[in-house]
Design a protein. Structure first.
Length: 366
């Protein structure tokens, strides 16, 4: 399944530097405001050492990683929802995203201007929050007016929709995200077409200086951002975008040496994607054969037929059963045959909920 993450934030916080580091892309970046003037898309392979371990056993013709798509959204400013800065067209770009990654600058640098003149990541977070809230309020208010009018004529569907929209609008008026409102399954489904900005999962990235890497909590700006994130129930991770951009240009051996010197156990890309998977409740299963070893991204609640459908809709439609081996058993017993002989291969039906690490072969008939 395709996962799209929109990278948002104020101008000059390091969004494009981070985007280029994650995607090895070429989005414009520089020490001036509004350097990025159009949304830029990049697709990255999800780092996964498990694929290499499977490939050593299976010796496939090719290895295919799961992918994740990032979109660098041009910087938003106060009043973006009303057309300030570069306008609000970029808020529309955000509607297509599965999740948002908000970058907040946590380092001082007089050579890089800040659109608000001073450094305050919590204030920056609140500015972006408000612009997204205002945009959602516009959408909800227009729809609510229409449904209230129809509801007065006795239309039960509009009555239910109006009640749901009123709950959302009340939260937005209090400066809260739509995602904070408790909704039942029917209400969640009814709001799907609205693609509300404040209903999307969000990950915060504190863009820190290289000197802060060993102990990000010692940086007062990042510490304040952590506290604000905890109060909102939003996950936050520290990343030095500049260092990650340097790493992206290096060969693997040089990367390892550079990371060790900087005090990094793993790259920002790895931490970034792991946090993104957790945010969206995603997991990975594998297929392994002589043609390819491949990672597939699915929701944590996906059943075997749904997981098969990620490969091809025919697999889900004609699902018969799944032959499942855990990754650890596959590696320990050196492949499918060894796992089967050790009694570690299971036959699972339509109700089986796929687990992270499963190595699966699907049987189907259409």
């Amino acid at each position: 399944m395709a996962v799209r993450c929109g990278i948002v934030g104020l101008p000059g916080v390091g969004k494009s530097v981070l985007f280029n580091a994650m995607t090895k892309g070429s989005a414009a970046s520089g020490n001036f405001l509004f350097c990025t003037t159009a949304a830029t898309t990049g697709v990255v392979d999800v780092p996964d050492v498990r694929l290499l371990k499977l490939a050593k056993i299976v010796n496939p013709q090719k290895i295919i990683h799961a992918t994740q798509e990032f979109v660098d959204i041009p910087g938003l400013v106060r009043g973006a929802s009303k057309g300030e800065g570069l306008g609000n067209s970029f808020l529309t770009d955000i509607r297509d995203m599965n999740a948002l990654v908000q970058v907040a600058r946590c380092f001082e640098n007089p050579d890089i201007p800040h659109v608000e003149a001073t450094l305050d990541p919590v204030r920056d977070l609140e500015i972006i929050d408000m612009e997204l809230i205002i945009k959602d309020m516009e959408v909800i208010e227009k729809s609510l007016e229409r449904h209230q009018k129809t509801a007065r004529s006795g239309n039960k569907e509009s009555q239910a929709m109006a009640a749901t929209l009123e709950k959302i609008l009340a939260a937005l008026n209090e400066g809260k995200w739509a995602s904070t409102v408790e909704l039942d399954k029917d209400e969640i489904f009814s709001l799907k077409s609205y693609c509300l900005l404040t209903q999307k999962p969000m990950l915060l990235v504190g863009n820190i200086d290289e000197g802060d890497i060993p102990n990000p909590g010692a940086n007062p700006h990042y510490k304040a951002l952590e506290s604000a994130a905890a109060a909102r129930g939003i996950p936050v991770i520290p990343i030095c975008a500049k260092l990650e951009a340097d790493l992206a240009q290096m060969e693997p051996d040089d990367q390892a040496m550079f990371m060790e010197e900087a005090g990094l156990r793993e790259s920002g890309l790895t931490r970034f994607i792991r946090a993104g998977f957790a945010l969206l409740n995603l997991q990975t299963y594998f297929t392994a054969g002589p043609k390819e070893v491949r990672a597939w991204t699915i929701p944590m609640s996906a059943t075997a037929p749904q997981a098969a459908g990620v490969i091809h809709s025919d697999f889900e439609r004609g699902f018969i059963r799944a032959k499942v081996i855990s990754f650890d058993d596959f590696v320990t017993h050196k492949g499918e045959q060894g796992a089967k002989e050790a009694g570690k291969q299971r036959q699972e039906g339509k109700n089986y909920v796929v687990k992270d690490n499963d190595v699966i072969e699907f049987l189907f008939n259409v």
